[in-house]
Design a protein around this ligand. Structure first.
Ligand code: UDP
Length: 445
């Protein structure tokens, strides 16, 4: 569908996290390809590279985040500070955009990263429709909402054990993992997030209907005033774009070209998770003992209090030689698409999982925090396209996934899931239709 009347401007508000910037820029690219003009507002703290996206207008806003706050790495306090500090600058920014607004480039809505939930009140203030984007699975919306008093009825149902099953798992089990170890401050943030969803006109989730049909249905029931769109996986609908904050080391692709099909295990824990020195060494020797070729991302800062790579002993390097390739940051989507890759040892970030299932790559799961603890249940128990790693069992787990019959079965299911993804992206498929409906919806504002 092309927009041939006056053009429509969509204002995006980003959060400063790699795992959120990627899907938000992909969504912006998708809408741009449908004829919308895009303005990207982002906190100063981390800016995507504007020169990678000459088609967008970038506007930084002040976030007042101190170095000390950022360096704590405490995500919840960073999110909380962003929601407090960015509201006034964002309001001012929208006000200026509206003043400069002309009839040919009218702002039609504000599309915000769900973590930046204050944006909904700014949208309400200017009587603009607000669109909240969830870059994690739909089930996380339920896990957050279940804390809120307004959703007592669902809690009641749960206590009576009448909650519908999501495939083979009870919603209760799936969402319970995200309700462990929560503080009052976290609960408050989650309630504010849920509240913004209630007021939003549209909720877009980077997921696919067939992946979490039940969860999506319940989300729709919980937020009857908002339209829910499951328009994922964004990265498959967006033309190739790079939104990496770190420089991708493409040498690993030439190394992959020299490996046999499906022989390599790709190892990456995303942009935030960190490990200690002991775990790094366990990983190293597990990879060495597995005898499989491996591509390992050791991001600067991934090993707490250390640069990382220099901790690896000479004896390890001598033992693995050309069989291992270690980089600081990989072009992950390209890696997962490569025919040499047969498994992904992942921290279970949602983008990583989507990227993996889109290429039919089975996973070895080592979740760290937040939604990763829910995502691992989907991968291992619901879709059954991965194995959960038990500490001390690295070598065995890698061989189970990459060589043994159990791994073969998992691989078959991963291939089958990929076929479903491909179907949903084709004309008439659920993601394809959802994108058309979303574009229509935005045009109707
Ligand atoms: N990524 C990458 N190169 C790497 C590791 C990760 O490009 O070496 C990308 C990956 O493709 C994904 C994102 O970084 O899009 C990480 O998001 P995810 O949700 O998996 O995890 P998070 O970083 O949010 O924990």
């Amino acid at each position: 569908m092309e927009i041939n009347q006056k053009s429509r401007r969509v204002v995006f508000l980003l959060s400063p996290f790699q795992g959120h910037i990627n899907p938000m820029l992909q969504l912006a690219t998708i809408l741009h390809s449908r004829g919308f003009s895009i303005t990207l507002v982002h906190p100063q703290f981390k800016s995507p590279n504007p020169s990678n996206h000459p088609e967008f207008t970038f506007i930084p806003i002040s976030d007042n985040l101190s170095e000390s706050k950022v360096s704590t790495g405490d995500l919840f306090s960073i999110v909380s500070a962003l929601n407090k500090n960015c509201e006034a600058p964002f309001k001012q920014c929208i006000e200026q955009l509206l003043k400069a607004d002309d009839h040919h480039d009218r702002i039609s809505c504000i599309v915000y990263d769900g973590l930046m939930f204050f944006a909904q009140s700014v949208a309400d203030h200017f009587k603009l429709p607000g669109i909240s984007v969830r870059t994690s699975p739909a089930a996380t919306i339920l896990a957050y909402a279940l804390h809120e008093q307004g959703y007592i009825s669902l809690l009641d149902l749960m206590s009576q054990d009448q909650v519908p099953e999501i495939e083979s798992l009870r919603l209760k089990e799936l969402t319970a993992v995200m309700r462990e170890n929560t503080t009052e401050a976290i609960l408050e943030l989650r309630a504010a997030f849920t509240d913004s969803l209630k007021k939003s006109s549209v909720i877009i989730v980077n997921t696919m209907n067939f992946l979490e049909q039940e969860a999506v249905k319940i989300v729709q029931e919980m937020f009857p005033a908002s339209s829910i769109f499951t328009t994922g996986p964004f990265h498959k609908l967006a033309p190739t774009i790079s939104s990496s904050l770190l420089k991708e080391d493409t040498n690993c692709i030439s190394w992959l070209n020299r490996q046999s099909p499906k022989s390599v295990i790709y190892v990456s824990f995303g942009s935030l998770a960190s490990i200690d020195e002991k775990e790094l060494l366990e990983m190293a020797w597990g990879l060495a003992d597995s005898e499989q070729p491996f591509l390992w991302v050791i991001r600067p800062g991934m090993v707490r209090d250390s640069k990382g790579m220099e901790l690896l002993p000479k004896s390890f390097e001598e033992r693995v030689g050309e069989r291992g390739c270690i980089v600081e940051w990989a072009p992950q989507k390209e890696v997962l698409e490569h025919e040499a890759v047969g498994g992904f040892w992942t921290h279970c970030g949602w983008n990583s999982i989507l990227e993996s299932i889109c290429e039919g790559v089975p996973m070895l799961c080592r979740p760290f925090f937040g939604d990763q603890n829910l995502n691992v249940r989907y991968v291992c128990d619901v879709w059954k396209v991965g194995l959960e790693l038990e500490r001390g069992e690295i070598e065995k787990a890698i061989r189970k996934l990459m060589v043994d019959t159990e791994g073969e079965e998992i691989g078959k299911r991963a291939k089958h899931l990929k076929q479903k993804v491909d179907m949903s992206l084709k004309e008439g498929g659920s993601s394809y239709s959802s994108l058309n409906d979303l574009a229509e919806k935005i045009l109707s504002f």
